[in-house]
Ligand binder design. Structure first.
Ligand code: TYM
Length: 337
């Protein structure tokens, strides 16, 4: 809590361009909560996390700034939502270190995302990749966060964050608020359009598998047209036997607000071609205003600069408060002023 408000905290890695999965699983929910004054809201551009993979510095810097602009373009007003760069608030790395000392290797060994990424990048299994969930716990705990809106794939990271916080509180008293994941009803796990058993991901080698938020209309329609389905012709939800169509039903539902049953009724008697076109059009219509706003924002450097400056300071203030409390609790020597 901050004052009488609950704290909402989330963020995304500043690598590559966002996907429809990032949008429907997280960003869209952030925007829906962004006018709710019951919450104090913080959204990080998680650039320190991105360093776990090798980055091209110039491209990385550009991507991180573009991610900031995308948050705003999607509808997060930076005057009401504290959007900031993780690397501009040194408390993240400092608390990350302290929490490393309260996390067991056995716990980190169980992290499925670490195992997946280690398998994918066998030539660069660095210590940062391993302790990534601890830095993420520090991100969340620094702001005394109550609620963390994320997609399903982040659930395990939220659980370890809670475990670390509870362990710390058991030793030192109520230092951290124990956060909860907020997982949206629709869109919490968007699958690849080409291999619907796998999550839609930024780094998929098959360009047709992923919708990027900056894809133009033709590209969006073409990717949906080529989406893998099954040999039947009925638009019916069954994640086991019809993963492709079920994923499209979920995407359509997340964008239009329609339930699975409503979508099945709407497309009863119609073929997959009609359905894919409708999903593509609904997605493209949703992305259009976001893309337009994004182009305006990237052209207006001074506006984004002023938001960065303002919000970095705010984040530093709140994060610094928690960090000082933690330093004192664990017995680090106080500074002489
Ligand atoms: P990241 O950058 O991989 O993803 C950002 C958000 O998008 C969601 N997401 C999806 N949701 C539905 N379907 C998909 N296919 C899909 N792909 C991604 C993710 O669940 C996430 O909510 N570790 C985090 C970033 C992070 C963070 C934090 C998040 C760092 N510190 C503190 C919350 C709080 C990550 O890599 O997300």
């Amino acid at each position: 809590m901050i004052g009488d408000k609950k704290v909402l905290y989330s963020g995304m890695q500043a690598t590559g361009t966002l996907t429809l999965g990032n949008y429907l699983g997280a960003l869209k929910n952030w925007v829906e909560l962004s006018d709710d004054d019951a919450y104090e809201r913080f959204y990080g551009v998680m650039d320190l996390h991105s360093l776990t993979l090798r980055q091209n510095p110039a491209e990385f810097r550009k991507n991180a700034r573009n991610l900031y602009a995308l948050y705003v373009a999607a509808g997060l007003d930076p005057e009401k939502n504290c959007i900031y760069f993780q690397s501009h608030v040194s408390a993240h790395a400092e608390l990350g270190w302290i929490l490393d000392c309260f996390t067991y290797m056995g716990e980190l060994n169980r992290m499925t995302q670490f195992k997946d990424k280690a398998a994918k990048h066998a030539d660069n299994i660095n210590a940062g990749l391993y302790t990534y969930p601890v830095l993420m716990a520090a991100d969340i705990l620094l702001y005394q966060t109550d609620v963390v809106p994320v997609g399903i794939d982040q659930r395990q990271h939220l659980e370890i964050c809670r475990d670390i916080a509870l362990r710390f509180n058991n030793i030192y008293g109520d230092v951290f608020t124990i956060p909860e994941a907020y997982i949206g009803k629709a869109g919490a796990k968007i699958m690849s359009l080409q291999e619907p058993e796998r999550k839609m991901s930024k780094s998929d080698e098959n360009a047709n598998a992923t919708i990027y938020l900056l894809d133009d209309v033709d590209t969006v329609l073409r990717k949906f047209k080529r989406a893998v389905t099954d040999s039947e012709s009925e638009v019916r939800y069954d994640a086991q036997t019809k993963p492709g169509i079920s994923n499209l039903i979920d995407i359509y539902g997340a964008v239009t607000g329609k339930t699975r049953e409503e979508t099945e009724r709407e497309f009863a008697g119609k073929g997959y071609g009609d359905f894919k076109l409708a999903v593509g059009e609904a997605v493209a219509a949703r992305l259009r205003p976001l893309q337009k706003r994004y182009q305006e924002l990237v052209a207006d450097k001074s506006y984004i600069d002023s938001c960065i400056k303002e919000n970095d300071g705010k984040a530093q203030y709140f994060a610094g408060k928690t960090l000082r409390k933690v330093q004192k609790k664990v017995g680090l020597t106080e500074r002489i002023r």
